[in-house]
Structure formats: C-alpha cells, structure tokens
Ligand binder design. Structure first.
Ligand code: FRU
Length: 466
C-alpha cells in the first residue's frame, strides 16, 4: 500500500461523505476511518495532529497516519497522509508520538509501531520516520526497537505506541506492553542518537493486571508528573477499554517511580487513547479519540463514508495534585453574541454553554425539536452529575454518573453536530460522548430555572485542504 494510492483514493472519494453528522470544530477524517490521535506536536509555528487512519473504508483496516495542521487547534487543514504501511515488515503503521529534533528545529521525528499481521504471524516493532518539511516523511530502513530488544521484557505480538521524549542528553521511548501472563506494563528504551536504542526499565502496576497497556504519555508539570495511559481489560466483556492516569514522580533516568492511581480521565462514553503536546505558550494540551472500541460506529453503519473524530483540545493543569482539563481558550474567538438560557429554546448544534453555579438538583434535556421522546438528559442529583441517553433514537447511551460528589456544580458544555463535552467545576471532571440526533437543532428543556449563557459558535465551513 502506497501513500500515493491512499491520497488519490481520498481525493477521489471525499465528495461522497454524507455531511449529516460532520462536526464543525472537531478534527475528523476527510474520508474513511479515524482512531487514535498520533504525534501531537507544535512544530515550526503550527500544531500538527496525526491520526490512525484507514483511508479506504469507514471501518478499521490497514493503518495509515492521517495528517492535519492548525494554527489554533480549532480549525484544521488537511495535509497529505504521512505514513502508509509500505515496508515489508508492516501491514499497519500503528500509534506513536513525535518530537522535534534537539539540534535542528526544522526536523520532526515520528515514532510509530510497525505492526505486522500476515499468515498467522503477528509482530510489533517500533519504527522512526523523519521529515524536513512537515509533509514528506522518510522512514528509517530498520526498526529502532525490534523483537530482540523487546523479548523477554514484553510480548513480541503486543508492544506498541511509542511515546518519545528527550531529557538530560538522552532520548527515551515508552511503550505499552504486557507479559505472557497478561500483566500490562510499560517498557522504557533509551538512546543517545536515535539510531541505537537499549532497554532501560519497565513500569509495572497492579492496576494493569490482566490488561494490555496502550498509548502511554508523560507530562512534566512543575511539581508533579502526570502519566496518561490506556488499557484493554481482558477480564471484561463490555467497556474493556479505559484511559486512566497516575500523578506523582516518574524519574525515568534513575528508575524511581512514586505515584498514585487516580482512575478514569474522562467519565463519558467516548474517550480513548489521549495524547498531549506542549505548545509555544507552554500550555499542556490533551486530545483523545472521541469514540470507543466496541461501540456502534454510527456513521459507518449509515454508510456516510467516514467514522471517528477527536475530542476538542483540552488544556491540562495539576492543581493541588488534582488533574483539571478545560477547553483551550482559542474556542472563545469563535463565539457569537451570547443568548440567555431559556426553557424550550431551540438552538443549532454548535455552541459553547456556560451554566452558572447551582446548588439545587436540576436536569437539562437536549431534545429533538419535533420529537420530544428523543432526547439526552444531563443533570445533578444526590450531589452527583449524570448523563443519560437511553431515550436517544440513534445509538442510545447508558447512564453515567460522576466519580466526584459536588456541593455546588458549575458546567461548561461544548456541543457540536454529533458530540457533547461537559466540564464540571472548571474541569475537575469531564464527560465526553457522541450524540447522533437526526436534527440540526436541539430544543433545550429544563426542570428548574437554570442561569446560563449560550454562545453560538461560528466556524467557517469544513476543514480545508492544502
Ligand atoms: C488504541 C490502539 C493502539 C494501536 C492502535 C491501532 O486505540 O489499539 O494501541 O496502536 O489503536 O490502530
């Protein structure tokens, strides 16, 4: 499979995409399938977002790396597909990260998993590709980490998603893995020059028992570190995939780890495989796949020609050893004149809503304007927040309740054509879900008087192409 063929295919087919559930201010594939965000990086004055991409169909398939860039992470520009599985030891280019070269800021390195699955043999090795212009990538001929370096530390079939970083004169790569007893773990490799890597250490935690660890990401804040990871829980049949985090100290160089487990990053239905980047303003920004393995892939089932999207970017902060996640400020540049929240108002599904602090229970319903039996509820009762979508006609969603209790609650809600992202009390807890309602508008129905300001968002057209 070549890049030229993949790019040509997208070019020839993108007009076939059905716009019905296309999002206005979220990244999504031009055509075909998208899963994890990859290689998030601020490079040469722009944000670059790569993603797991199957350009030939709206279901998962041989993985490519799709590519887009953005000045503000709100509106994006599609760039040509960056990686295709075109080497002998690749049937897919799986997830990974990016770093700008230490010596040459024009050089960008992307680390990816060379996934090979043919004739009953599965092997995962790690590869490196480099670009000088931010568009064309040249792959290293040999893997940087092959099975000889992985075994016996981790599984040869399941060791992937390189997270690269540079510290104290060394490059490090953290990989998601597991051992032969299904103990999930992270393997760490070290290199001076990006050419020769050696095994360094591993991070094993009991939370990852009977699991496959995926998509590690480490953020250094001033006092503490944040370690994000995803995991497949083999003991579960439903909701097997979770994205979780640790806060503490990860002194990789000296192999000393001291942290506490904090649970899920997002409490909603559709959030997986997050990655972070640090930008020129020193903001730490997280983006995840806004979907979930095992759920119904609605736009695929409906044959809309595309499937999958990314969350709206969130700025991360650690405050009193708690993780806060909040939509990046840049969305405010797209706000129109606010409207006061009133019962039974009908609004287009592209807005940023601020609900003022409430201490009494309430519920707020997003209904189909012509069919009031088709709705999504959110609300606050017994000091907890909930979202409940079992009355949605398309892809009903089960009730999810906040892990925290709140004496008072203040909400920020981002609504796009087929998504909702809710941030509680400045981002101490977040809920992300895909919502498919066959209307351009919602009718908002409230049980109590709720004070709020709704900012319609105006985003120019669909994401443009290079
Ligand atoms: C996570 C994941 C990664 C893998 C990629 C394959 O969603 O399973 O571990 O690299 O997706 O597309």
């Amino acid at each position: 499979m070549t890049l030229a063929k993949a790019n040509q295919y997208v070019e020839q087919n993108k007009h076939k995409v059905n716009p019905m559930y296309r999002l206005k201010f979220h990244a999504m594939p031009e055509y075909g399938w998208m899963n994890d965000p990859n290689g998030l990086v601020f490079y040469r004055g722009e944000y670059h977002v790569f993603y797991q991409h199957h350009p030939y169909d709206s279901v998962w398939g041989p993985m490519h790396w799709g590519h887009m860039s953005s000045k503000d992470l709100v509106s994006f520009r599609y760039l040509p597909i960056a990686l295709a599985p075109d080497q002998e030891d690749e049937t897919g280019c799986f997830s990974g990260g990016a770093i700008v070269d230490q010596k040459d800021p024009n050089q960008l390195h992307v680390f990816y998993t060379k996934h090979y699955d043919k004739h009953g043999t599965i092997i995962e090795k790690q590869g490196l590709a480099t670009t000088q212009d931010g568009i064309h990538f040249i792959k290293d001929q040999k893997p940087i980490i092959d099975e000889a370096l992985i075994y016996p530390h981790g599984s040869i079939k399941d060791t992937r998603d390189p997270f690269p970083f540079y510290e104290n004169g060394h490059y490090y790569v953290i990989l998601g893995s597991k051992d032969h007893q299904d103990q999930g773990k992270f393997l760490i490799y070290k290199s001076k020059d990006l050419k020769s890597f050696s095994y360094h250490d591993e991070i094993v935690d009991s939370i990852m028992k009977d699991s496959m660890a995926e998509c590690p990401d480490l953020v250094r804040f001033q006092d503490d570190d944040l370690f994000l990871f995803s995991r497949i829980d083999f003991l579960k049949n439903k909701h097997r995939n979770v994205s979780e985090y640790f806060i503490g100290h990860f002194d990789i160089e000296n192999k000393s780890y001291d942290y506490t487990y904090h649970g899920l990053i997002d409490s909603g239905h559709h959030f997986y495989a997050p990655q972070t980047l640090r930008d020129d303003k020193n903001r730490v920004i997280m983006i995840a796949w806004m979907e979930m393995w095992g759920d119904h892939y609605v736009t695929h089932i409906l044959e809309h020609g595309w499937q999958g999207a990314l969350t709206f970017p969130r700025e991360l902060k650690l405050i009193n050893k708690h993780l806060y996640q909040y939509p990046i400020e840049d969305i405010k540049n797209y706000r129109q004149t606010p409207i006061n929240l009133v019962n039974e108002m009908v609004v287009e599904k592209c807005f940023d809503l601020e609900i003022e602090t409430m201490s009494e229970p309430f519920s707020l319903r997003f209904s189909h304007p012509k069919d009031l039996n088709n709705y999504l509820d959110i609300g606050y009762e017994h000091k907890k927040f909930y979202i409940e979508g079992h009355k949605l006609h398309v892809n009903p969603l089960e009730r999810k309740v906040s892990k925290n209790q709140f004496n008072t609650i203040k909400l920020r809600i981002l609504v796009d054509l087929s998504s909702i992202e809710i941030f509680i009390n400045d981002g101490i807890e977040a809920f992300t879900s895909r919502i498919y309602m066959e209307s351009d508008t919602y009718k908002i129905v409230m049980t109590h008087k709720i004070e709020g300001q709704l900012y319609p968002l105006k985003i120019e057209g669909e994401i443009s192409h290079e």
